[in-house]
Design a protein around this ligand. Structure first.
Ligand code: GUN
Ligand code: ZN
Length: 434
């Protein structure tokens, strides 16, 4: 039987801007039914109850939003989340590389991918752009875990042929063969999409970056993901490694890696020329505020990026980031922008993690929206959990105030259910205590 869900629906019909509290792009449909078709897509949204042919589920009073999109997160790094005391380069060597090396064992990679995919759903993310490891088995494991849950995942084998431990290094020819086989095996199979994934400019030789560019040229529609300009010591190192490049971002541009399907994490230490290049190529920055604060990397200039026409999405960057929750991530993003004197609305934050990310990924018809025809990827949220949030919610005078408090005070404990492709894939096991 087909399913219909009654809840308070929120999504966006356009970009609500950064600070407009009354944006007409906010689509608020309280007490509406969302009807799911046999194909797992949204069939309709309507105020009146559907007929008896529909299995009706009453979530009145709960928020129903499109599933969140986490545009930069590392599957194997669940093992190193919350690791103490280091900046980026030390953090990689001390914690992250040893943890990723364990994924050479396909059994480890499989268990990690299952845990990770379940955890994403339990935090409200239904689409993610993911780094597995350098090992082919970790890519297979991730796409298999995503497929088993019907999730939209963009991922690819991490490329690293220098400045990494022996057990994490590949080479140009072997990596190219692996990537071509993985693209054939996974790109466009079900909801899986492949991303050519040079880890960052420091861990790939110019020859490997050129190979990555060839892969992209040969496979239009394939994505690219990497890191850029995250940490000052890293930026200085890249300048030494690529003395001819104008900037860190320029290294990627020179190797043909920037296009409208490129997702670059961080981008804290960019200049106006870099931002113009991002705008011109259509590449997006995945803003990772939790990670940037935790690793002490810096404060991303969101206002400058948006003013330059750069697409900016939101990302947890676990394990540099400290939570898979996009609500936590949005709150950290709000605080980072507040440090620069900018106050983002809840609309701006929620849009960036739903429709905004979907559009930047060129997946705007499929995810990040409650438009009929889109995939029925969505989450049901309690606006307030616990006495403090409930008190705050009771005093809120209008919708933005309520939802900003939800973003600020909420986390995965507010998540009641997650649906992917019209199937319930997560249900909160126990009712949260008052
Ligand atoms: N730069 C290169 N690799 C990584 C990584 O795993 N995490 C973060 N935050 N930055 C990186
Ligand atoms: Zn990262």
């Amino acid at each position: 039987m087909k399913t219909a869900i009654l809840a308070d629906l929120l999504d966006f019909t356009g970009d609500p801007g950064l600070d407009d509290l009354d944006s007409p792009a906010v689509r608020w449909r309280p007490d509406h039914w969302l009807l799911i078709g046999d194909d797992g897509c949204i069939a309709a949204v309507q105020p009146e109850a559907p007929g008896d042919a529909w299995h009706q589920i009453d979530h009145s009073g709960r928020l129903l939003l499109p599933g969140f999109i986490d545009t930069h997160v590392h599957c194997p790094q669940v093992d190193v989340i919350a690791s103490w005391g280091t900046e980026l380069l030390d953090w990689l060597n001390t914690y992250t590389f040893p943890a990723e090396a364990r994924h050479a064992d396909p059994a480890v990679a499989r268990a990690a991918a299952d845990l990770f995919a379940d955890a994403l759903l339990a935090h409200g993310s239904t689409t993610a752009v993911v780094f597995p490891t350098v090992h082919v088995a970790s890519v297979d494991a991730l796409f298999e875990a995503a497929s088993a849950r019907g999730m939209q995942v963009i991922a690819g084998k991490v490329l690293m042929d220098r400045h990494a431990p022996d057990n994490l290094r590949d080479d140009v020819a072997g990596a190219e063969a692996d990537c071509r086989a993985l693209i054939d095996r996974w790109h466009g199979r079900g909801r899986n999409l492949y991303a050519v994934t040079p880890r960052f400019a420091a861990t790939s030789t110019p020859e490997q970056l050129a190979m990555a560019g060839r892969l992209l040229a040969d496979h239009p529609g394939v994505y690219m993901q990497t890191h850029v300009a995250e940490n000052r010591a890293e930026v200085a190192w890249i300048a030494e490694l690529f003395p001819d490049a104008r900037s860190y971002l320029d290294v990627y541009a020179r190797h043909g890696l920037l296009n409208e399907r490129a997702v670059l994490a961080h981008g804290i230490w960019l200049d106006d020329t870099d931002r113009a290049l991002l705008h011109g190529t259509g590449a997006q920055i995945a803003f990772c505020p939790s990670s940037n604060l935790f690793l002490g990397s810096g404060l991303f200039g969101g206002q400058q990026a948006v003013a330059a026409g750069v697409h900016v999405s939101m990302a947890s960057d676990v394990g540099g980031g400290t939570s898979l929750s996009m609500l936590r991530t949005l709150l950290d993003g709000y605080k980072v922008q507040a440090m620069a004197g900018n106050r983002l609305t809840a609309w701006a934050l929620l849009h960036a993690a739903t429709r905004g990310a979907a559009q930047a990924l060129r997946l705007g018809d499929a995810v990040g929206t409650l438009e009929p025809g889109a995939m029925a990827d969505m989450c049901l949220w309690d606006v307030a959990v616990g006495p403090v949030a409930r008190r705050r919610d009771a005093l809120a005078r209008e919708l933005h105030e309520r939802l900003f408090a939800w973003v600020t005070l909420g986390d995965e404990r507010n998540l009641a259910e997650t649906w992917v492709g019209g199937v319930r894939r997560y249900q909160r096991p126990t009712s949260p205590s008052a």
